[in-house]
Design a protein. Sequence first.
Length: 117
Amino acid sequence: MTYARKKLGFNGETQALEYLLAKHFILLARNFRLKQGEIDLLMQDGKTLVIVEVKTKTNDEFGLAEEEVDWHKQKKLRVLARALTFKYPNQSVRIDVVAINGNKINYIYNAVEDSQK
């Protein structure tokens, strides 16, 4: 991954974090690593643990950032959600997406539902 792409991703995560903190979410971890993969932002919304997937694009010339959360990425996010459920059995877990397209933020609440419920 190039430095420019890493910087874009980091800046997008920072922008998403600021957006969610303004909505009274609590940051638990950034780039939270589990054996199954990494969670961009692990937040708490009330009593719910929230996996936040952040996608950032400078423009929509080749599609929107939210379109990057395809079936393969959704499957990976479900695996991470199940891992969190085992790690924290008394917590409910939700998956949200923050898509940043240029200067526009699209927050998608409960973007990926776990079909294993």
